[in-house]
Design a protein around this ligand. Structure first.
Ligand code: ATP
Length: 439
């Protein structure tokens, strides 16, 4: 874990520029002047974001027999948010500067008395609680009130009985979900770190009450390790327990996995011990039983919940920052995104050495073969050195070059992004060679 690394503010601009230049992330509605705090994921960004979510799903659902998946609706009736406590408690303290009219989240102001926008002193209004949920109407002509979910978690709680009954799982077991959430953040910012529309990866792990502490500790460890396994230097990560004054209304214990962003430590994920709060709340409000009957002991109990809740878009930003580097190669600077092969937009790029048809055709055939197994790029433009640099910048771990010798020896050259070493591999061996790197 953290060994005293310091933030690198200059990294922020480099990464944001790269995202725009290479098609990772675009400001939303840019041709109309942009729509603050919303972003669109471009051709390579969408691949990377999917890979981050797939890596999470693989580790949380696919590789475990004790966790099942769910895809619940984004729109929900007020009853859900009343029971969960969001209608009352999901607020941030909002202050206005009387001089310039700008609004701020009071607890985000570095200097409590000075307006960061106009510099006026002691100009803030009294703080008032601002609810972060987006409210809308469902149905035509004075439809029913509805809310866009501010977290995916409630979908798992209100489906507890459906999922438990149909999957026949017994605690400890989990329900996992990936999807969009919406919060009307007072001060969105730092690129995709805090936006009003974002994607979450959350899991509710239901356990017998006396096992809650054990599973809380377990999931704190698992979740920290996930980021390390996907290539983030452990020195850029830490697990920070919440103080009593920080705990959410439902939580008895929470720890954040934090990453050293260019501006300092920031939350990537929270792991919370939510106790039996949510199931009891929804059982009380809905009148439906949300508990578990343990046939082995002939007892009925309300499971406690351990929740690892991560942001997919925020995690992607952390992977981009952690992976970004520049280095000199023979008097020339190259920019590299040292992304783990599982989350890099493309695992491989097929590069025919020349645009002559005799190379393009077999290279395209090789592309089709690779693309059956993983995201593969195909690039026939410009000099090979330029094409390598372009792939380095979007983090492609393996460039496969089809050259004139390939026509005779039936082999290709694979270049490693990080070491720039090259190996010659028979065509039939390319897929297994790359697949072995994906474990
Ligand atoms: P923060 O303290 O940063 O506002 P939070 O503690 O309210 O976050 P949670 O409710 O625990 O966040 O949500 C789980 C995860 O969802 C966060 O760790 C983060 O990765 C992600 N997340 C939350 N809010 C946003 C947002 N506005 N934009 C992007 N990601 C977000």
């Amino acid at each position: 874990m953290s060994d005293g690394a310091s933030p690198q503010p200059e990294l922020f601009d480099h990464v944001v520029n790269l995202c725009k230049r290479r098609g990772f992330v675009f400001p939303s509605a840019e041709i109309y002047g942009g729509f603050r705090s919303t972003y669109d994921y471009g051709p390579v960004g969408v691949l990377m974001l999917r890979n981050v979510k797939d890596a999470w799903w693989r580790s949380i659902v696919q590789r475990r027999h004790d966790v099942v998946g769910l895809d619940a609706s984004i729109l929900g009736p007020p009853q859900v948010w009343e029971a969960s406590g969001h209608l009352t408690n999901f607020t941030d303290p909002l202050v206005d500067c009387r001089e310039c009219g700008q609004r701020f989240r009071e607890d985000s102001l570095e200097s409590g008395d000075v307006c960061p926008h106009c510099g006026a002193e002691k100009s803030f209004t009294e703080a008032r609680q601002f609810n972060l949920m987006f409210k809308t109407q469902a149905g035509p002509v004075s439809g029913a009130d509805a809310y866009l979910r501010p977290e995916t978690a409630q979908g798992m709680f209100i489906n507890f009985a459906n999922v438990q009954f149909t999957s026949r799982k017994k605690p400890p077991f989990g329900i996992a979900q990936i999807g969009k959430s919406f919060r009307n953040e007072i001060t969105p910012g730092n690129f995709v770190f805090r936006t009003r529309e974002f994607e979450q990866m959350e899991m509710e792990y239901f356990v017998p009450p006396d096992e809650a502490q054990k599973w809380y500790d377990y999931w704190c460890g698992e979740r920290l390790d996930w980021y390390v396994e996907l290539g983030i230097d452990p020195g850029l990560l830490r697990l920070r327990p919440h103080g009593d004054d920080e705990l959410s209304h439902y939580s008895s214990e929470t720890s954040d996995v934090e990453f050293l962003f260019p501006w300092g430590w920031g939350e990537l994920e929270g792991i919370a011990n939510r106790g039996d709060y949510d199931l009891i709340q929804h059982a009380d409000h809905s009148g439906h039983r949300l508990d578990f009957f343990d046939q082995a002991t002939n007892t009925r109990y309300v499971p406690h919940v351990i929740e690892p809740a991560a942001g997919a878009t925020r995690a992607m930003m952390a992977f981009l920052i952690a992976g970004y580097r520049t280095e000199m190669v023979r008097d020339e600077e190259r920019t590299v995104l040292g992304l783990h092969p599982r989350i890099a937009p493309f695992v491989a790029a097929v590069l025919p050495l020349s645009r002559k048809a005799e190379l393009i055709e077999p290279a395209q055939k090789l592309f089709s073969e690779l693309a059956e197994h993983f995201n593969t790029d195909f690039d026939e433009t410009q000099a090979i050195g330029k094409r390598y640099r372009r792939q380095d910048e979007i983090g492609t771990p393996y460039c496969v070059t089809y050259d004139f010798d390939s026509l005779d020896d039936g082999a290709v050259t694979i270049r490693d992004r990080d070491t720039m070493d090259q190996v010659r591999i028979p065509l039939a061996g390319v897929v297994p060679w790359i697949q072995a790197k994906l474990v």
